[in-house]
Design a protein around this ligand. Structure first.
Ligand SMILES: CC(C)(COP(=O)(O)OP(=O)(O)OC[C@H]1O[C@@H](n2cnc3c(N)ncnc32)[C@H](O)[C@@H]1OP(=O)(O)O)[C@@H](O)C(=O)NCCC(=O)NCCS
Length: 137
């Protein structure tokens, strides 16, 4: 497995005892929600608007997450449509805060840019986003 992260670090948090399943590992739904938060930040910056998650694809749970791990979520825009944004997401942990770094999950999430009424709106063209372009380069 590749030891190289793909995308930009978007969020970091620590896995807490309250996030565990009955086996003592971190609950998959918690990891998924952290990925949704980070991918939503990534998509919202590209859309420059509110976005909603429309689909979750190719979600792979590769390694367990443990209490005390630092979870870092990396995101990258894969492709865009008229109103939609496909985001590649990877979650990596640093074991017990300072230990080995391992990739724990990856996925593709799709978001749609929406207006205040929740209706799809066209994405801004890339060239009209100078500050966004400079951030991701
Ligand atoms: C996302 C949403 C606004 C799309 O509304 P819609 O009426 O289907 O809109 P459209 O048919 O015009 O499609 C808009 C875009 O979404 C994409 N899309 C719509 N449904 C999709 C689906 N099920 N899977 C993947 N893409 C989808 C379309 O391909 C289109 O992309 P494009 O403009 O880049 O070509 C609507 O489905 C919605 O509100 N869903 C709930 C979102 C939500 O609450 N998320 C949080 C879950 S807790």
């Amino acid at each position: 497995m590749s030891q190289t992260t793909r995308g930009r670090i978007t969020t970091r948090t620590i896995a807490m005892p309250g996030d565990t399943n009955p086996s003592g590992d971190i609950f998959g739904g918690w990891v998924l929600s952290q990925m949704d938060i980070a991918a939503g930040i990534c998509a919202g910056q590209r859309a420059q608007s509110r976005v909603v998650t429309v689909s979750v694809d190719k979600m792979s749970f590769i390694r367990p997450v443990k209490v005390g791990d630092i979870l870092g979520i990396y995101t990258e825009v894969d492709s865009v449509g008229k109103t939609s944004i496909n985001v590649h997401i990877e979650a990596w942990v640093r074991r017990d805060r300072i230990g080995l770094r391992e990739k724990v999950t990856e996925a593709k999430f799709k978001f749609v840019a929406v207006n205040d009424d929740g209706k799809p709106i066209p994405l801004p063209v890339f060239e009209d986003l100078p500050s966004y372009v400079s951030q991701i380069q």
